[in-house]
Ligand binder design. Structure first.
Ligand SMILES: CC(C)(COP(=O)(O)OP(=O)(O)OC[C@H]1O[C@@H](n2cnc3c(N)ncnc32)[C@H](O)[C@@H]1OP(=O)(O)O)[C@@H](O)C(=O)NCCC(=O)NCCS
Length: 392
């Protein structure tokens, strides 16, 4: 089989999905996608858009402005109509699924060059917008138990995750993200995008909007759960509502060599897994176990790990159950530049974003690691996990 290598990965900064305060409030999700396509082709001038064999775009809610955003976003970017596109969803892992689809097409020889992307604008297309649960589903599940916050509370209870541990994790996620931002670590992946400041004046956005430079742990301790009376999960221990896009350029190794392009990592394996939708946050547990089972790898073989922080409760449950790191933050190898609680979580974008960040971590802080891994949970019990491997 052909090998699939990562040529490049870029993303917009993550913006706050807020009608009054969001830096990207005047942009549409297709415009965020255009920004990453433009940035990617500008950085890789040898790769001509018309030579792309396929574009896969993940979005958790491909409705409204995100309806077939894979196709419409590509055409709206003025890119060639001869390139086929595919919008796909399996909720939060969508961006990772896009990479898996692309990698598999390359490995089987059905494609040489693929763009895999993810996008979400949780302000213009809010979570759950236009959803209409099948009535027959509601024979098996109570609809209220399928809401994200409810699942996070249930995981905290079942896995016995204390509020203090969640707040500690959220605080560390913020500190690490703020340190990484200050050290310029995201520069390699972020394409600056013109947005607006609080007063509506144009501003070049170069950083993620949600990262808090200081962590107010005293305030965190006083916040109440928006999900459940006397609940333990708060806004501070949840990923916030976000806007963002990310794109990854994948290529067959032979094609990359032929074109003289450099690369350092390849796609090793990726799996999807399912779990109880009322406990959707624990999805990385079956996903990572399946990934290890299929590849013969184990936690000790892996260097850095990106475990998407939909909520601190589920991330802690997964880290502990899989014995990926310390019991509590600060972690040694999980989310070393912070996670979604601090960076934001534009649902369909995050699966691609965690791979781009993982690769950049492997090129810098974990330059000796052979393998890196990323995993995400997703609404309704979708989950995904992927391993990448150093080749140069
Ligand atoms: C939790 C949630 C409902 C909060 O929404 P919100 O009320 O609009 O959030 P805000 O950002 O305004 O935060 C609410 C308050 O908490 C405060 N806050 C949030 N994080 C904080 C932190 N780390 N430290 C201190 N204060 C914090 C905010 O400053 C704000 O305070 P204020 O009202 O005094 O200004 C929303 O972020 C959410 O739904 N998140 C989960 C998204 C999700 O389910 N994703 C899918 C996962 S699978």
């Amino acid at each position: 089989m052909e090998e699939c290598v990562f040529i490049d990965g870029v993303r917009t900064p993550n913006g706050r999905a807020n009608r009054e305060k969001g830096w990207f409030r005047k942009l549409r999700p297709d415009e965020l996608l255009s920004a990453v396509y433009e940035g990617m082709f500008a950085r890789n001038p040898q790769v001509k858009p018309e030579t792309i064999d396929a574009v896969f775009v993940g979005s958790a809610n491909p409705s409204g402005m995100q309806n077939d955003i894979g196709r419409l976003g590509w055409l709206a970017s003025g890119l060639p109509d001869c390139v086929p596109t595919n919008t796909l969803t399996n909720q939060c892992p969508s961006g990772m699924s896009a990479i898996m689809h692309g990698a598999r097409a390359i490995m089987t020889g059905e494609a040489d060059i693929v763009v895999a992307a993810g996008v979400e604008d949780m302000e213009k297309v809010p979570m759950g917008a236009h959803i209409d649960f099948p009535p027959r589903l509601l024979k098996y599940y109570n609809g209220a138990d399928l809401l994200m916050g409810a699942t996070a509370e249930k995981v905290a209870e079942r896995w016995n995750i204390s509020r203090a541990d969640m707040e500690n994790m959220a605080a560390w996620s913020n500190r690490k993200a703020a340190d990484a931002k200050t050290a310029g670590k995201f520069k390699k992946e972020i394409i600056p995008v013109t947005g607006v400041d609080d007063n509506g004046n144009e501003m070049l956005v170069e950083h993620d909007q949600w990262i808090r430079d200081t962590v107010d742990t005293a305030k965190m301790a006083t916040m109440s759960s928006p999900y459940k009376p006397n609940g333990v999960v708060t806004a501070a221990t949840s990923s916030p509502l976000t806007q963002g896009a990310c794109a990854v350029l994948l290529m067959g190794r032979k094609k990359a060599d032929e074109m003289g392009l450099s690369y350092t990592h390849k796609y090793r394996a990726g799996v999807l897994a399912g779990c109880d939708p009322t406990l959707m946050g624990i999805g990385p547990i079956p996903a990572v176990k399946k990934l290890f089972g299929k590849t013969g790898l184990s936690a000790k073989d892996i260097g850095p790990i990106e475990l998407n922080e939909a909520f601190a409760s589920q991330a802690l449950a997964c880290i502990r159950d899989l014995k990926l790191d310390n019991e509590n933050a600060p972690f040694e190898r999980v989310n070393v530049w912070g996670g979604a609680i601090a960076l934001g979580h534009p649902l369909g974008q995050s699966g691609a974003r965690v791979i781009v960040t993982l690769l950049n971590i492997m090129k810098t802080d974990f330059a000796d690691a052979r393998y890196g891994m990323a995993s995400l949970c997703g609404a309704f019990g979708n989950a995904a996990a992927m391993v990448v491997e150093r080749v140069a």
